[in-house]
Design a protein around this ligand. Structure first.
Ligand SMILES: CC(=O)SCCNC(=O)CCNC(=O)[C@H](O)C(C)(C)COP(=O)(O)OP(=O)(O)OC[C@H]1O[C@@H](n2cnc3c(N)ncnc32)[C@H](O)[C@@H]1OP(=O)(O)O
Ligand SMILES: Nc1ncnc2c1ncn2[C@@H]1O[C@H](COP(=O)(O)OP(=O)(O)OP(=O)(O)O)[C@@H](O)[C@H]1O
Length: 673
């Protein structure tokens, strides 16, 4: 393996104890770093151990040999990330439960991606990996209850270890960069292609007057780069660098290099880029976090004077490396390549269930490939979901060659019991799943919403060559008909708000009902929610939610007396419910603010502290200081108490009624409803 410059996968399958013992035997027998990845760490293990979720911090590092313990859960992104850190000649030892009963083994990792409350079995994924592993003659396999199987490597060219001078590909890019006057250069390549080394070479060889600065999400990820830079680069943590730039624009800096850029939030990147004449960003897009892809799709599109650079040839290992090939096939890292190069016109739309999708390898590859190529949110978690998460259905647009040109993925939502729905509304419970249904209750005032039955469009994508031909709309029209036939109350979507996407959803009949208050790290967009209502309940819900949403948008911009103009004189029953939810449960200020403004119109509602905030006289931070409170939580508690006192002063019968209702001591359906 060392001579050929390759790495291999060895699978140990059996009882966890047995697998771990064998793997420990290897770590003692063969010298190497033997990075050990497991949910449950080993006691007294002399070398580096990490939990799967901490593996992303190892990006840019390099190890010789690793053990990946998947006996309790199979974290796909972590496996991809670890395989990318292994140097030539390494073994990746994968520990799996008993092979013959893998399909019946609950996978703890499913808690991250399935909405079920307990770990679930993942038979479709297991069948897929069994097919791939059985077909790969370079995989070494050692089951507890069976024979070791493994073939010697087929003969190949002895690997020439790169000698330290730039490879041909690196040299070509380096010459371009050394000539750069201004601009943003984005170097995107697979793992171990020599991205960081190239960036370091740039710093080492830069002969301009100014310095080169480096930033990276974790300092360790810049290690390789710094070695190659021969000390001619200064490292800054992203936050510190931003602060420095905001205090004073750096002078005399020619290059800012941002290593592993996709792991830094987009808004920060934009601000950093604006401060330097030349910027080189390096990143990998393969299968980690998904923000790598988000980076490519959304972030780069927003850059001016942007130049995309690419490195193809692996340097950390030889070309056609068995481990890289196997991991790519196992976790569909390059599924995008399975899409047709010349997609044809839409021939038919088919509806398929999860079993049909998982069973059809070509269809599955193209479906997942289309999502990853088109959608910044797609990550290996989605691969796991597509195979085995409960409550999913799909539709696919095919061309005349039966190639996938459009994909739609739907998740069932709602149908919560009345009591649970009220708990969600009150902010006391947030069970997994039901994204839109729960948001309507928790962020809006729709305490009935989680009871309604709906389906959410989780993803939709059309191959880029075939967009603006009505294909996506056709898929959605069909889903609307199907949802009506199923007796659902509404169809929903949650998406990263951009003007174009909103136009699309509007063209498909959706109404905007909620907008998140924070930008998402990967896209820099606000999360928006929209629905198409069918049933009378849902139509009313959409109307109320829309009104609430508009008022919420309006409120921070208007003075209190304007709100008085649009508010009714008396508090409506819905206001009482809402205010009681704020006073006696955990409803948020944002969700309840319309009713809170209405409450403040009444002179009996003293609410000293809350009034100061909502009348725009001060900020929450100042209130905490002035009232000598122990932080924001205490302030919120004070506001809740003030509102409770105001409600009691206004009408003690209603106060007691709604207090009991919120405390879940009365049936959900209130007289007002
Ligand atoms: C939950 C989620 O999945 S949100 C993310 C949605 N998916 C993505 O962003 C992936 C990348 N994008 C795509 O795959 C496609 O652009 C889609 C799925 C958004 C739209 O697919 P298309 O087949 O091009 O849409 P379609 O042709 O049916 O458009 C219908 C109408 O929506 C509107 N519309 C669609 N795309 C756009 C756009 N880019 N800008 C403005 N309006 C648009 C237009 O009114 C259009 O009708 P028109 O062409 O007659 O004017
Ligand atoms: N021209 C070269 N000669 C010798 N070694 C090289 C050369 N270029 C890169 N390397 C080495 O190859 C390995 C991979 O390079 P590097 O870390 O730059 O790749 P990368 O694409 O940034 O990888 P990752 O995606 O894992 O961060 C490193 O050990 C690096 O020192």
């Amino acid at each position: 393996m060392q001579q050929y410059g390759v790495r291999r996968l060895l699978i140990l399958s059996g009882q966890a104890q047995w697998c771990r013992q064998q793997a420990l035997g290897f770590t003692r027998q063969y010298s190497g770093d033997w990075l050990w990845i497991a949910d449950t760490p080993l006691s007294d293990y002399p070398q580096l151990q990490r939990k799967p979720e901490a593996v992303q911090n190892l990006l840019g590092s390099e190890f010789h040999h690793a053990v990946f313990d998947a006996c309790e859960g199979f974290n796909a992104e972590a496996l991809i990330a670890v395989s990318g850190t292994l140097s030539s000649g390494s073994l990746l030892v994968l520990l799996l439960p008993e092979w013959s009963s893998l399909e019946r083994q609950p996978d703890n990792d499913s808690l991250r991606w399935s909405e079920a409350p307990e770990p679930i079995c993942t038979p479709h994924f297991i069948q897929h990996i069994k097919r791939q592993l059985n077909a790969d003659s370079d995989v070494l396999f050692w089951p507890q209850n069976g024979e070791f199987t493994g073939q010697l490597l087929a003969e190949r060219k002895v690997w020439m270890v790169p000698d330290g001078s730039p490879t041909e590909e690196q040299q070509h890019l380096l010459e371009n960069l050394l000539r750069a006057d201004t601009g943003t250069y984005v170097l995107i390549a697979g793992r171990g292609r020599g991205k960081s080394a190239l960036a370091g070479m740039l710093a080492a060889q830069w002969t301009g007057k100014g310095e080169c600065w480096l930033t990276a999400p974790v300092q360790a990820s810049g290690n390789t780069l710094q070695q190659w830079a021969n000390g001619k680069i200064s490292f800054w943590a992203p936050d510190a660098l931003l602060e420095r730039c905001q205090a004073e624009l750096p002078k005399n800096v020619d290059w800012l290099i941002i290593d592993e850029a996709a792991a830094i939030p987009a808004p920060q990147l934009y601000r950093l880029i604006a401060c330097f004449p030349r910027v080189l960003l390096t990143t990998t897009v393969q299968g980690y976090e998904g923000s790598g892809r988000g980076f490519l799709l959304k972030f780069c599109a927003g850059l001016k004077d942007m130049h995309l650079l690419n490195l193809q040839q692996p340097i950390r290992w030889a070309e056609n490396d068995p481990l890289e090939r196997c991991i790519h096939q196992l976790l569909l890292v390059e599924a995008e390549n399975s899409l047709s190069e010349k997609p044809g016109k839409l021939q038919q739309i088919i509806e398929i269930n999860q079993h049909q999708l998982a069973d059809n390898e070509k269809l599955f590859n193209q479906f997942y490939g289309l999502l990853t190529s088109a959608h910044y949110r797609t990550t290996p978690l989605d691969l796991r979901r597509l195979f085995d998460a409960p409550g999913l259905s799909f539709s696919v647009g095919l061309d005349e060659k039966q190639s996938v040109i459009a994909a739609l993925w739907l998740v069932d939502e709602g149908g919560l019991s009345p009591d649970l729905a009220r708990e969600v509304w009150a902010g006391r419970r947030r069970p997994r799943g039901n994204l839109v249904a729960q948001s309507l209750a928790a962020h809006g005032a729709e305490y009935l919403a989680p009871q309604l039955r709906s389906a959410r469009i989780s993803r939709i994508a059309v191959v880029s060559a075939m967009r603006r031909q009505g294909i996506a709309r056709a898929l959605i029209v069909q889903q609307i008909e199907r949802a009506k036939l199923r007796g659902l109350d509404y169809l929903s979507v949650s998406f990263g708000y951009t003007e174009e996407l909103w136009q699309f959803w509007q063209a498909c009949g959706f109404e905007l009902i909620h907008m998140g208050s924070h930008q998402e790290a990967s896209s820099g967009c606000y999360a928006a929610m929209a629905i198409v209502p069918f049933s009378q309940d849902a139509v009313l819900l959409a109307r109320r939610a829309k009104r609430q949403f508009l008022l919420n948008q309006l409120l921070p911009c208007v003075k209190l007396h304007h709100v008085n103009d649009i508010a009714p004189a008396e508090l409506a029953e819905e206001d009482w419910r809402e205010l009681a939810g704020f006073a006696f449960a955990h409803r948020t200020l944002e969700a309840s603010q319309v009713s809170l403004y209405r409450l403040l119109r009444h002179q009996a509602a003293i609410c000293c502290c809350l009034r100061q905030l909502l009348e725009g006289q001060t900020t929450a931070e100042l209130l905490v200081k002035e009232s000598n409170l122990n932080g924001r939580k205490a302030l919120l508690q004070l506001w809740r108490q003030e509102v409770a006192e105001a409600l009691l002063a206004l009408n003690s019968a209603k106060y007691h009624y709604w207090q009991n209702w919120v405390a879940a001591q009365l049936p959900v359906i209130s007289p007002a409803a």
